[in-house]
Design a protein around this ligand. Structure first.
Ligand SMILES: Nc1ncnc2c1ncn2[C@@H]1O[C@H](COP(=O)(O)OP(=O)(O)OP(=O)(O)O)[C@@H](O)[C@H]1O
Ligand SMILES: [Mg+2]
Length: 303
């Protein structure tokens, strides 16, 4: 699908009746998105790594599952033998916290990497508890970059420039964006090959998505012609409620095949993992949530 905004998006908060084919799920191999659920083959092991595909997890709406998806998709990709780099691109530092890092005790963060020419990406990089998955952490310092970058030459390309030296070491880079469409997010979109948009399955899920799609289109036209909409990820889904099923149906109506077959259910296990400071794939390895992010990893690798 092209990125062109469908008119349905502007009115998408009005959830109407849905076709019965979309409402049920699971019968006859039909997944929660109302489409036949394909099986994604386990990807073959790699004999070498890189160059990395950069994916930005982006939605200016807060609390939709960007950070949770970055951590757990990353961990699932690493489990599948991919070398993964996570970039905390939010001054809140939630990605760093979710991986057990105290953002206030960091000497160097993504802020230093962006703003100081002598700082190398390896000076900032941390190993995580997940083998094969590294982290570029952030803390509140990054909020100053939004303002300071304005005066830089090629300000939108700063993240792309600092990541370039390590792209051959990784298979996937996931950038956890902050809930805004400001200069940091534009940097993430300029560096990325694809965008994953997490959407929480609740009434206002699609509010603001038209503006996000417009921003992605503008970045693609002006700064980064390779940028694609990788997929829409439905999160915090509750199949037991008609409301949840209706919202998911509306998302599929708006975005069609761009919606990942994998849907992330709402479960308290995710907030628990943040407290534990590790991904769900290790914290509760056999849970439904861990399984869902492993399926998403297979789907991302198949795209
Ligand atoms: N599938 C889920 N089920 C239940 N809770 C979830 C789920 N996914 C995320 N959460 C919880 O919802 C809250 C918001 O999630 P998260 O931090 O991932 O969103 P975000 O989009 O990164 O937020 P922000 O815009 O503030 O960066 C967190 O407390 C998280 O633990
Ligand atoms: Mg976040």
């Amino acid at each position: 699908m092209s990125l062109s905004t469908r008119s349905v998006l502007t009115e998408a908060t009005e959830v109407g009746t849905i076709p019965s084919s979309l409402a049920a799920g699971d019968a006859d191999g039909v997944g929660p998105t109302g489409r036949p659920r394909p099986t994604f083959a386990t990807p073959a092991p790699l004999d070498h790594h890189g160059p990395a595909r950069i994916l930005a997890l982006c939605n200016q709406k807060g609390g939709v599952g960007k950070t949770t998806s970055t951590i757990n998709l990353g961990a699932a990709l690493a489990e599948a033998g991919r070398r993964v780099l996570l970039v905390d691109f939010d001054p809140q530092g939630a990605l760093s916290v979710g991986l057990g890092v105290n953002p206030l005790q960091l000497d160097r963060t993504v802020y230093n990497l962006l703003m100081e020419a002598h700082v190398d990406v390896h000076d900032v990089m941390l190993k995580t508890s997940v083998p094969g998955m590294d982290l570029l952490p952030s803390n509140i310092d990054l909020s100053a970059a939004e303002v300071q970058l304005v005066n830089e030459v090629a300000r939108e390309q700063t993240l792309a420039r600092v990541l370039a030296p390590v792209l051959d070491d990784y298979d996937i880079v996931l950038v956890d964006c902050q809930p805004s469409l400001g200069l940091l997010t534009v940097n993430a979109l300029t560096a990325a090959h694809g965008v994953i948009i997490p959407l929480e399955c609740e009434f206002f899920a699609l509010r603001g998505v038209a503006l996000l799609i417009q921003t992605i289109e503008k970045v693609r036209e002006r700064l980064n012609p390779q940028l694609e909409l990788e997929g829409i990820l439905a999160t915090m889904y509750d199949a037991r409620t008609l409301h949840g099923r209706e919202v998911l149906a509306r998302v599929v109506e708006a975005f069609g095949d761009r919606v990942f077959h994998t849907v992330i259910n709402r479960t308290v296990r995710f907030p628990e993992t943040t407290v534990a400071g590790e991904p769900i794939t290790t914290y509760a390895s056999s849970s439904a949530g861990a399984k869902a992010y492993r399926e998403l990893a297979m789907e991302v690798l198949a795209r």
